[in-house]
Design a protein around this ligand. Structure first.
Ligand code: AMP
Length: 605
């Protein structure tokens, strides 16, 4: 398939944010796509080569692209930086530079670094398959040595070779991971349903297939080649992560009873990391809540847990929690951070021990268990997983009234957990959705704002005094689901310990970008801008209208956004959350309206 078809489609998609138009462009593209390339097209649209859980990374930095441009286009860096400052992103910059060169006849388009074996491709045409294959080859290069960097530069030159300027723009964005077409997964599924089944309503069936595979490319290939019948037969595949079920929040026991009826399960809400375990014999694969492979942080789980399993194969969910070695008490989430390191992981494992606390089973002995009720799943869990010092069932009690919930909440808080998860007894596991079959009740919900917020770190300010050499204050943003970007909501400078400042600096420093990422929406100045990749948790005393910040802009009042008053870092660096899982504008508006309602009710009393 000619790459120009895809590049023209990208061009159209970039020009709109309207979901219906985007869907239409995608349908047109899918109709032109041969079935054997449809999965590649779907990954590329999302700026990826494979589904996220496979962890395929290109490892191409802006610096490397600049070096490749210098080498293969013969431009100097100053020229490129000047254009970059005008147009805002490196992909467009390189295509503009190339355009100028070809217009002035200074660039010989026939340039070929010879880095890529082109034998299997037509000498003249630039196909999606060719571009994909070179990108794939880049992703397979390991290490950061000069040799590897040079090879990558040669591959980049091969990529640009044969590309027209507009194609260069998109190829470069793919290389850098900066292609943002604003196409949400739902929009891709709408378009797949229309293009391959002629009925948008089939989206729901595609959604199920996506929820149990986390692989939109695989879903696309199935519907393209086997139609809706293929999707209806779609099965859970061991070692492909299932998108997790999430919980709504409630503020009180009374609200929980109102929503759940008069008998339900209460479980401790442990403050650790959610882990999805796929096990068959000795083979174990671990996924995080955002479906990243996290095996390297938990070699102890990999080694010990297979002995606890009494089934041929199984998919389980658990919360891994740091514990005090002497007392066995649960420790807060941030203790797990010590395990997030590349070196000396064995030492960290002995120093920061954990327990694995199982709370669900989604698949067992080749059969899907998601359709079973909570009660049946819990029984299955207790049948197929053996408890010991390391592997536990999450503490659970069937509760019937406010008193029993409160009592269990006390126990849970005393054991060092955050509160309770409340689960309906007769309901199935709903992969990939947040709903009212599971509710979370946290102790801190009862005061101040009513909830903490998970916000994206977008900018930093250098510290003074004791904080010199660190970022003393951070600029934070919500996630805008409609626009797929990050509008600022506050600056936070309190709640940090010396240790957390050091830790944040280590994490954030590699994320400093040459230019503010176009997905960051803020008029604030910052000493440095970060790539929006990290989520931290904050609490605040109030949400106020703001003329400066851009969160929920125009959604509550015209030309006005929302901001946090007296925000404070809680100490939780949410490495387990993707930026798309951060608090959204809608959530902030709900909290804003909630506090107004409380003020109103108080005035009436
Ligand atoms: P939150 O991150 O506040 O939305 O809370 C949801 C998270 O709580 C899940 O992703 C799990 O990591 C964690 N969790 C702790 N205990 C449980 C439990 N008993 N059931 C389900 N999730 C739990």
């Amino acid at each position: 398939m000619e790459f120009s078809i895809l590049s023209e489609s990208f061009d159209k998609m970039e020009s709109t944010r309207k979901r219906l138009e985007l869907t239409q462009f995608l349908v047109e593209l899918f109709e032109k796509t041969p079935h054997d390339v449809i999965s590649k097209i779907v990954y590329l649209i999302q700026g990826k080569l494979r589904p996220d859980f496979e962890g395929i990374e290109l490892g191409v930095s802006e610096k490397l692209v600049l070096r490749a441009a210098k080498k293969s286009l013969g431009t100097n860096e100053k020229d490129i930086i000047e254009t970059l400052n005008k147009v805002g992103d490196l992909g467009t910059t390189i295509s503009k530079v190339l355009e100028r060169k070809t217009q002035t006849g200074l660039f010989d388009f026939a340039f070929d670094s010879g880095a890529h074996d082109e034998a299997s491709f037509d000498a003249k045409s630039n196909t999606v398959e060719r571009i994909y294959e070179i990108l794939w080859d880049i992703s397979q290069l390991e290490g950061a040595g000069k040799n590897v960097q040079d090879k990558k530069i040669n591959f980049i030159s091969s990529l640009w070779n044969k590309c027209k300027p507009t194609e260069v723009k998109f190829v470069t964005k793919l290389l850098l991971g900066t292609l943002r077409l604003g196409v949400a997964e739902n929009t891709v599924m709408d378009a797949l349903a229309i293009a391959f089944t002629g009925d948008k309503e089939n989206r729901k069936k595609l959604q199920y297939a996506y929820n149990v595979s986390s692989d939109l490319g695989k879903v696309a290939e199935t519907v393209a080649t086997k139609g809706i019948e293929g999707i209806e037969k779609f099965e859970i595949t061991l070692f492909n992560p299932i998108r997790p079920m999430l919980a709504d929040r409630v503020k009180s026991e009374a609200e929980a009873i109102e929503k759940m009826g008069n008998e339900f399960a209460a479980e401790y809400k442990l403050d650790g990391e959610r882990v999805q375990l796929h096990i068959e014999g000795d083979k174990v694969v671990l996924f995080s809540r955002s479906l990243e492979n996290i095996e390297s942080y938990y070699p102890d789980i990999m080694e010990k847990i297979p002995k606890n399993i009494q089934a041929d194969n199984i998919i389980l969910e658990a919360e891994a929690v740091a514990i005090n070695e002497n007392t066995g008490d649960f420790l807060p989430f941030q203790e797990l951070m010590h395990r997030r390191r590349k070196y000396k992981i064995e030492k960290a494992i002995t120093k920061y021990p954990i327990t694995v606390n199982f709370f669900d089973v989604l698949y067992c002995n080749g059969r899907n268990c998601m359709e079973l009720s909570y009660k049946e799943r819990r029984e299955k869990l207790e049948k197929h997983v053996k408890e010991d010092e390391f592997a536990k069932y999450i503490p659970m009690k069937i509760v019937k009234n406010e008193c029993e919930i409160e009592d269990f909440m006390e126990n849970s808080i005393n054991a060092g957990s955050e509160g309770l998860m409340l689960k309906m007894l007769d309901k199935p596991y709903q992969a990939g959705s947040r709903g009212s079959h599971w509710l979370k009740l946290k102790r801190e919900y009862r005061n101040e704002l009513g909830d903490s917020l998970d916000l994206v770190v977008i900018g930093g300010y250098f510290g003074k005094g004791r904080r010199t050499g660190n970022y003393g204050t951070l600029l934070l943003a919500t996630y805008d689901e409609d626009e797929d970007n990050f509008p600022s909501i506050c600056k936070v400078g309190t709640g940090f310990t010396d240790e957390s400042l050091d830790q944040l600096y280590q994490i954030l420093n590699p994320k400093v970008s040459i230019k503010k990422n176009p997905r960051i929406i803020s008029e604030m100045e910052a000493d440095v801008w970060f790539e929006p990749e990290l989520v931290i948790e904050v609490v605040a005393s109030e949400i106020t209208l703001s003329p400066i910040h851009k969160a929920a802009l125009n959604m509550v009042r015209k030309n006005t956004g929302l901001a946090l008053r007296f925000p404070k870092f809680t100490g939780k660096i949410r490495v387990d959350k993707a930026v798309e899982d951060a608090s959204t504008n809608e959530e902030v508006i709900t909290l804003y309206k909630g506090q107004k309602k409380i003020a109103h009710d108080k005035n009436l009393m």
